[in-house]
Design a protein around this ligand. Structure first.
Ligand code: PLP
Length: 374
Protein backbone atom coordinates (compact mmCIF):
# COMPACT_ATOMS: atom_id res chain seq x y z
CA UNK A 1 0.00 0.00 0.00
CA UNK A 2 1.39 3.41 -0.97
CA UNK A 3 1.69 5.68 2.04
CA UNK A 4 0.31 9.19 1.75
CA UNK A 5 2.14 11.48 4.13
CA UNK A 6 0.22 14.70 4.82
CA UNK A 7 1.56 15.46 8.31
CA UNK A 8 4.54 17.64 7.47
CA UNK A 9 3.87 20.13 10.27
CA UNK A 10 4.57 17.28 12.70
CA UNK A 11 7.77 16.29 11.03
CA UNK A 12 9.20 16.01 7.53
CA UNK A 13 11.13 13.29 5.74
CA UNK A 14 14.87 13.93 5.47
CA UNK A 15 16.21 15.02 2.09
CA UNK A 16 18.42 12.24 0.64
CA UNK A 17 21.26 14.77 0.19
CA UNK A 18 21.11 15.47 3.94
CA UNK A 19 21.32 11.76 4.79
CA UNK A 20 24.33 11.49 2.47
CA UNK A 21 26.10 14.40 4.12
CA UNK A 22 25.38 13.06 7.62
CA UNK A 23 26.50 9.53 6.74
CA UNK A 24 29.80 10.81 5.40
CA UNK A 25 30.42 12.79 8.57
CA UNK A 26 29.50 9.89 10.86
CA UNK A 27 31.82 7.55 8.98
CA UNK A 28 34.75 9.84 8.33
CA UNK A 29 34.61 13.04 10.36
CA UNK A 30 34.06 11.58 13.81
CA UNK A 31 36.53 13.70 15.76
CA UNK A 32 35.38 15.62 18.82
CA UNK A 33 35.30 19.31 17.81
CA UNK A 34 36.92 20.20 21.16
CA UNK A 35 39.98 18.00 20.45
CA UNK A 36 43.11 19.76 19.24
CA UNK A 37 44.33 17.02 16.85
CA UNK A 38 43.56 17.22 13.16
CA UNK A 39 40.42 15.03 13.30
CA UNK A 40 39.04 17.27 16.03
CA UNK A 41 39.99 20.44 14.17
CA UNK A 42 38.30 19.11 11.05
CA UNK A 43 35.07 18.48 12.99
CA UNK A 44 35.34 21.96 14.48
CA UNK A 45 35.60 23.43 11.02
CA UNK A 46 32.47 21.52 9.84
CA UNK A 47 30.68 22.82 12.93
CA UNK A 48 31.64 26.44 12.34
CA UNK A 49 30.91 26.34 8.61
CA UNK A 50 27.46 24.96 9.47
CA UNK A 51 26.92 27.79 11.96
CA UNK A 52 27.92 30.35 9.32
CA UNK A 53 25.56 28.83 6.72
CA UNK A 54 22.64 28.87 9.17
CA UNK A 55 23.40 32.45 10.24
CA UNK A 56 23.59 33.55 6.60
CA UNK A 57 20.20 31.99 5.84
CA UNK A 58 18.50 34.41 8.26
CA UNK A 59 20.99 37.27 7.84
CA UNK A 60 22.39 36.99 11.37
CA UNK A 61 25.99 36.63 12.53
CA UNK A 62 27.48 33.21 13.34
CA UNK A 63 28.06 34.26 16.97
CA UNK A 64 24.30 34.66 17.39
CA UNK A 65 23.49 31.01 16.56
CA UNK A 66 23.48 28.49 19.43
CA UNK A 67 22.80 24.82 18.71
CA UNK A 68 20.31 22.97 20.90
CA UNK A 69 18.75 19.48 20.90
CA UNK A 70 15.36 20.80 19.76
CA UNK A 71 13.22 23.88 19.45
CA UNK A 72 11.57 22.86 22.71
CA UNK A 73 14.94 23.13 24.46
CA UNK A 74 15.68 26.48 22.79
CA UNK A 75 12.29 27.89 23.86
CA UNK A 76 12.79 26.64 27.43
CA UNK A 77 16.24 28.18 27.64
CA UNK A 78 15.33 31.57 26.24
CA UNK A 79 12.14 32.03 28.26
CA UNK A 80 13.65 30.81 31.53
CA UNK A 81 16.84 32.83 31.11
CA UNK A 82 14.83 35.91 30.21
CA UNK A 83 13.26 35.70 33.67
CA UNK A 84 16.24 34.52 35.73
CA UNK A 85 19.06 36.42 33.97
CA UNK A 86 17.51 39.41 32.18
CA UNK A 87 15.01 39.89 35.04
CA UNK A 88 11.91 40.01 32.89
CA UNK A 89 8.89 40.30 35.22
CA UNK A 90 6.12 40.28 32.63
CA UNK A 91 5.53 38.07 29.58
CA UNK A 92 2.97 38.89 26.90
CA UNK A 93 1.98 35.86 24.86
CA UNK A 94 -1.13 34.26 23.31
CA UNK A 95 -3.18 31.20 24.19
CA UNK A 96 -2.47 29.81 20.73
CA UNK A 97 1.27 29.25 21.23
CA UNK A 98 2.79 25.77 21.04
CA UNK A 99 3.00 23.95 24.38
CA UNK A 100 6.79 24.29 24.13
CA UNK A 101 6.16 27.96 24.91
CA UNK A 102 2.84 28.00 26.79
CA UNK A 103 3.77 25.37 29.36
CA UNK A 104 7.16 26.97 30.00
CA UNK A 105 5.56 30.34 30.65
CA UNK A 106 2.99 28.78 32.98
CA UNK A 107 5.79 27.06 34.90
CA UNK A 108 7.76 30.33 35.14
CA UNK A 109 4.66 32.03 36.52
CA UNK A 110 4.38 29.33 39.22
CA UNK A 111 8.10 29.50 40.10
CA UNK A 112 8.78 33.23 39.92
CA UNK A 113 5.32 34.81 40.17
CA UNK A 114 5.89 36.72 36.93
CA UNK A 115 2.95 38.50 35.38
CA UNK A 116 1.58 36.74 32.27
CA UNK A 117 -0.71 38.63 29.89
CA UNK A 118 -2.50 36.85 27.06
CA UNK A 119 -3.08 39.01 24.01
CA UNK A 120 -6.55 38.58 22.55
CA UNK A 121 -6.88 36.47 19.43
CA UNK A 122 -9.57 36.78 16.79
CA UNK A 123 -11.88 34.03 15.52
CA UNK A 124 -9.79 33.79 12.33
CA UNK A 125 -6.78 32.82 14.45
CA UNK A 126 -4.93 36.13 14.10
CA UNK A 127 -3.48 38.16 16.96
CA UNK A 128 -5.35 41.32 17.97
CA UNK A 129 -2.57 43.87 17.44
CA UNK A 130 -4.63 46.71 18.96
CA UNK A 131 -4.83 44.73 22.19
CA UNK A 132 -1.10 43.97 21.94
CA UNK A 133 -0.38 47.71 21.82
CA UNK A 134 -2.56 48.23 24.92
CA UNK A 135 -0.63 45.52 26.76
CA UNK A 136 2.70 46.94 25.63
CA UNK A 137 1.99 50.17 27.51
CA UNK A 138 2.00 48.27 30.84
CA UNK A 139 4.69 48.49 33.50
CA UNK A 140 7.63 46.16 34.21
CA UNK A 141 10.51 44.63 32.24
CA UNK A 142 8.62 42.80 29.49
CA UNK A 143 9.14 40.07 26.90
CA UNK A 144 6.68 39.37 24.09
CA UNK A 145 6.54 35.75 22.92
CA UNK A 146 4.47 35.20 19.78
CA UNK A 147 4.94 32.48 17.20
CA UNK A 148 5.53 33.33 13.54
CA UNK A 149 3.34 30.61 11.98
CA UNK A 150 0.78 28.67 13.99
CA UNK A 151 1.50 24.95 13.72
CA UNK A 152 -2.18 23.99 13.69
CA UNK A 153 -3.82 26.64 11.53
CA UNK A 154 -0.92 28.01 9.47
CA UNK A 155 -1.93 31.58 10.40
CA UNK A 156 1.02 33.95 9.91
CA UNK A 157 2.01 36.73 12.32
CA UNK A 158 3.36 39.98 10.87
CA UNK A 159 6.80 39.53 12.44
CA UNK A 160 8.11 42.83 11.13
CA UNK A 161 5.19 44.82 12.56
CA UNK A 162 5.34 43.11 15.98
CA UNK A 163 9.13 43.57 16.00
CA UNK A 164 8.70 47.30 15.33
CA UNK A 165 6.08 47.61 18.09
CA UNK A 166 8.33 45.81 20.57
CA UNK A 167 11.22 48.11 19.70
CA UNK A 168 9.01 51.19 20.01
CA UNK A 169 7.93 50.12 23.52
CA UNK A 170 11.42 48.95 24.52
CA UNK A 171 10.44 45.34 25.21
CA UNK A 172 12.15 42.08 24.23
CA UNK A 173 10.71 39.97 21.42
CA UNK A 174 10.93 36.15 21.19
CA UNK A 175 9.33 34.23 18.33
CA UNK A 176 8.92 30.50 17.80
CA UNK A 177 9.69 30.30 14.09
CA UNK A 178 9.65 26.50 13.91
CA UNK A 179 6.99 26.36 11.18
CA UNK A 180 8.38 29.21 9.06
CA UNK A 181 12.17 28.80 8.97
CA UNK A 182 13.16 27.60 5.49
CA UNK A 183 9.68 28.35 4.15
CA UNK A 184 9.27 32.10 4.62
CA UNK A 185 12.17 34.49 4.13
CA UNK A 186 13.38 35.89 7.46
CA UNK A 187 15.88 38.73 7.29
CA UNK A 188 17.08 39.63 10.77
CA UNK A 189 18.68 42.84 9.53
CA UNK A 190 15.23 44.20 8.72
CA UNK A 191 13.20 42.59 11.52
CA UNK A 192 13.72 43.70 15.09
CA UNK A 193 13.79 40.48 17.08
CA UNK A 194 15.83 39.34 20.07
CA UNK A 195 15.32 35.58 20.03
CA UNK A 196 14.04 33.00 17.60
CA UNK A 197 14.09 29.21 17.53
CA UNK A 198 14.08 26.51 14.85
CA UNK A 199 14.04 22.73 14.58
CA UNK A 200 15.76 20.80 11.76
CA UNK A 201 13.18 18.03 11.45
CA UNK A 202 10.55 20.55 10.34
CA UNK A 203 12.58 21.48 7.23
CA UNK A 204 13.66 18.04 5.98
CA UNK A 205 16.61 17.77 8.34
CA UNK A 206 17.35 15.31 11.16
CA UNK A 207 15.45 15.03 14.45
CA UNK A 208 17.15 15.90 17.74
CA UNK A 209 18.76 19.14 16.60
CA UNK A 210 17.65 22.75 16.51
CA UNK A 211 19.04 26.20 17.07
CA UNK A 212 18.38 29.44 18.85
CA UNK A 213 19.14 32.87 17.42
CA UNK A 214 20.14 34.99 20.39
CA UNK A 215 20.87 38.63 19.61
CA UNK A 216 24.31 39.88 20.60
CA UNK A 217 24.80 40.96 24.24
CA UNK A 218 21.48 39.45 25.31
CA UNK A 219 22.70 38.58 28.81
CA UNK A 220 21.39 34.99 28.74
CA UNK A 221 23.18 32.49 30.98
CA UNK A 222 23.42 28.72 30.28
CA UNK A 223 20.56 26.28 30.73
CA UNK A 224 22.99 23.36 30.85
CA UNK A 225 26.37 23.68 32.61
CA UNK A 226 29.50 21.68 31.81
CA UNK A 227 32.12 22.20 29.12
CA UNK A 228 32.90 25.24 27.04
CA UNK A 229 30.91 24.20 23.97
CA UNK A 230 28.68 26.85 22.36
CA UNK A 231 30.67 29.55 24.18
CA UNK A 232 29.74 27.90 27.46
CA UNK A 233 26.05 28.62 26.84
CA UNK A 234 25.10 25.02 26.01
CA UNK A 235 27.57 22.44 27.29
CA UNK A 236 27.83 18.95 25.80
CA UNK A 237 29.81 17.52 22.88
CA UNK A 238 28.27 18.85 19.69
CA UNK A 239 26.58 16.28 17.40
CA UNK A 240 28.50 17.40 14.31
CA UNK A 241 26.61 15.15 11.88
CA UNK A 242 23.25 16.48 13.11
CA UNK A 243 24.39 20.08 12.94
CA UNK A 244 25.87 19.68 9.44
CA UNK A 245 22.67 17.86 8.40
CA UNK A 246 20.60 20.78 9.72
CA UNK A 247 22.78 23.30 7.84
CA UNK A 248 22.50 21.29 4.62
CA UNK A 249 18.71 20.95 4.98
CA UNK A 250 18.25 24.66 5.68
CA UNK A 251 20.54 25.74 2.84
CA UNK A 252 18.66 23.49 0.43
CA UNK A 253 15.29 24.77 1.66
CA UNK A 254 16.39 28.37 1.17
CA UNK A 255 17.96 27.70 -2.25
CA UNK A 256 14.77 26.00 -3.46
CA UNK A 257 12.33 28.09 -1.42
CA UNK A 258 10.65 29.95 -4.23
CA UNK A 259 10.07 26.93 -6.49
CA UNK A 260 9.09 24.53 -3.71
CA UNK A 261 6.73 26.95 -1.97
CA UNK A 262 5.03 27.73 -5.31
CA UNK A 263 4.57 24.02 -5.91
CA UNK A 264 3.14 23.56 -2.39
CA UNK A 265 0.83 26.59 -2.81
CA UNK A 266 -0.58 25.08 -6.02
CA UNK A 267 -1.19 21.79 -4.17
CA UNK A 268 -2.94 23.64 -1.35
CA UNK A 269 -5.23 25.39 -3.89
CA UNK A 270 -6.10 22.01 -5.39
CA UNK A 271 -6.73 20.56 -1.92
CA UNK A 272 -9.06 23.44 -0.98
CA UNK A 273 -10.95 23.09 -4.27
CA UNK A 274 -11.35 19.33 -3.85
CA UNK A 275 -12.47 19.61 -0.24
CA UNK A 276 -15.05 22.31 -1.00
CA UNK A 277 -16.46 20.46 -4.00
CA UNK A 278 -16.69 17.14 -2.16
CA UNK A 279 -17.89 18.57 1.17
CA UNK A 280 -19.65 21.89 0.42
CA UNK A 281 -20.20 22.55 4.16
CA UNK A 282 -16.50 22.22 5.04
CA UNK A 283 -14.94 25.31 6.59
CA UNK A 284 -11.30 26.20 7.15
CA UNK A 285 -10.01 27.02 10.62
CA UNK A 286 -7.80 30.08 10.28
CA UNK A 287 -8.96 30.54 6.68
CA UNK A 288 -7.03 29.59 3.58
CA UNK A 289 -4.49 32.40 3.33
CA UNK A 290 -1.97 31.13 5.89
CA UNK A 291 1.32 29.42 5.07
CA UNK A 292 1.02 27.11 2.03
CA UNK A 293 2.19 24.08 3.99
CA UNK A 294 -0.74 23.96 6.46
CA UNK A 295 -4.52 23.68 6.03
CA UNK A 296 -6.91 23.02 8.91
CA UNK A 297 -10.36 21.88 7.84
CA UNK A 298 -13.56 21.35 9.80
CA UNK A 299 -15.51 18.55 8.12
CA UNK A 300 -19.29 18.35 8.41
CA UNK A 301 -19.34 14.72 9.56
CA UNK A 302 -21.63 13.11 12.11
CA UNK A 303 -20.43 12.27 15.64
CA UNK A 304 -20.00 8.55 14.97
CA UNK A 305 -17.69 9.25 12.04
CA UNK A 306 -15.64 11.78 13.99
CA UNK A 307 -14.20 9.20 16.37
CA UNK A 308 -13.18 6.95 13.46
CA UNK A 309 -11.68 9.41 11.04
CA UNK A 310 -7.95 9.22 11.85
CA UNK A 311 -8.09 5.46 12.32
CA UNK A 312 -9.96 5.02 9.04
CA UNK A 313 -7.45 7.17 7.12
CA UNK A 314 -4.53 5.43 8.80
CA UNK A 315 -5.87 2.05 7.68
CA UNK A 316 -5.71 3.39 4.15
CA UNK A 317 -2.10 4.49 4.62
CA UNK A 318 -2.95 8.19 4.93
CA UNK A 319 -1.19 10.20 7.65
CA UNK A 320 -2.83 13.45 8.78
CA UNK A 321 -3.26 15.04 12.18
CA UNK A 322 -6.21 16.01 14.29
CA UNK A 323 -5.31 19.17 16.19
CA UNK A 324 -1.59 19.02 16.87
CA UNK A 325 0.48 15.83 16.90
CA UNK A 326 1.25 15.99 20.59
CA UNK A 327 -2.47 15.74 21.25
CA UNK A 328 -3.42 13.03 18.81
CA UNK A 329 -4.41 10.00 20.84
CA UNK A 330 -5.64 12.24 23.63
CA UNK A 331 -9.33 13.16 23.76
CA UNK A 332 -8.63 16.74 24.78
CA UNK A 333 -9.52 19.19 22.02
CA UNK A 334 -6.80 21.37 20.55
CA UNK A 335 -6.08 24.41 22.74
CA UNK A 336 -5.63 26.46 19.56
CA UNK A 337 -8.98 25.55 18.02
CA UNK A 338 -10.65 25.99 21.42
CA UNK A 339 -9.87 29.73 21.07
CA UNK A 340 -11.58 29.88 17.67
CA UNK A 341 -14.50 27.46 17.59
CA UNK A 342 -17.81 26.88 19.37
CA UNK A 343 -18.05 23.82 21.67
CA UNK A 344 -20.11 22.06 19.02
CA UNK A 345 -17.64 22.66 16.22
CA UNK A 346 -14.77 21.56 18.45
CA UNK A 347 -16.36 18.11 18.63
CA UNK A 348 -16.49 17.81 14.84
CA UNK A 349 -13.53 16.37 12.95
CA UNK A 350 -10.91 19.06 12.57
CA UNK A 351 -8.11 17.78 10.39
CA UNK A 352 -4.71 19.38 9.96
CA UNK A 353 -3.41 18.53 6.52
CA UNK A 354 0.20 19.62 6.09
CA UNK A 355 2.13 19.51 2.86
CA UNK A 356 5.68 19.39 1.56
CA UNK A 357 7.21 19.54 -1.92
CA UNK A 358 7.30 15.74 -1.89
CA UNK A 359 3.47 15.62 -2.05
CA UNK A 360 1.59 15.21 -5.31
CA UNK A 361 -1.89 15.72 -6.75
CA UNK A 362 -2.34 11.93 -6.41
CA UNK A 363 -1.77 12.24 -2.64
CA UNK A 364 -4.59 14.79 -2.42
CA UNK A 365 -6.87 12.60 -4.54
CA UNK A 366 -6.05 9.68 -2.23
CA UNK A 367 -7.02 11.73 0.82
CA UNK A 368 -10.30 12.87 -0.75
CA UNK A 369 -11.14 9.26 -1.71
CA UNK A 370 -10.29 8.18 1.83
CA UNK A 371 -12.60 10.82 3.29
CA UNK A 372 -15.39 9.98 0.85
CA UNK A 373 -15.31 6.32 1.84
CA UNK A 374 -15.80 7.10 5.54
N1 PLP B 1 7.14 24.95 18.22
C1 PLP B 1 6.31 24.66 17.21
C2 PLP B 1 5.50 25.73 16.58
C3 PLP B 1 6.21 23.33 16.74
O1 PLP B 1 5.38 23.05 15.73
C4 PLP B 1 6.99 22.34 17.36
C5 PLP B 1 6.86 20.93 16.94
O2 PLP B 1 5.77 20.39 16.86
C6 PLP B 1 7.86 22.70 18.39
C7 PLP B 1 7.91 24.02 18.80
C8 PLP B 1 8.75 21.71 19.07
O3 PLP B 1 9.88 21.46 18.27
P1 PLP B 1 10.88 20.25 18.60
O4 PLP B 1 10.27 19.03 17.99
O5 PLP B 1 12.18 20.61 17.94
O6 PLP B 1 11.01 20.18 20.06
Amino acid sequence: MKKIYLDNASTTSIRPEVVQEMTKIMLEDYGNPSSTHSLGRHSKSILELSRKAIAKSINATAAEIIFTSSATEANNWILRAAVTDIKVTRIITSRMEHHAVLHVIQQLKREFAIEVEYVKTKLDGTIDLTHLVELLSGEGKTLVSLMHVNNETGVILDLERVGMLCREYGVLFHSDTVQSIGKIKIDLQSISIDFLVASAHKFHGPKGIGFAFVKKNSGLQPLIYGGEQEKGLRAGTEPVHQIAGMAKALTMSIDNQEAEMLQIAALKCYLIAQLTTTFPDATFNGGTVGIATILNVLLPFSKDKTAMILFHLDMKGIAVSRGSACQSGSIRPSHVLAEMLSDDDLKKPNLRISLSHYNTIEDIDGLIDGLKSL
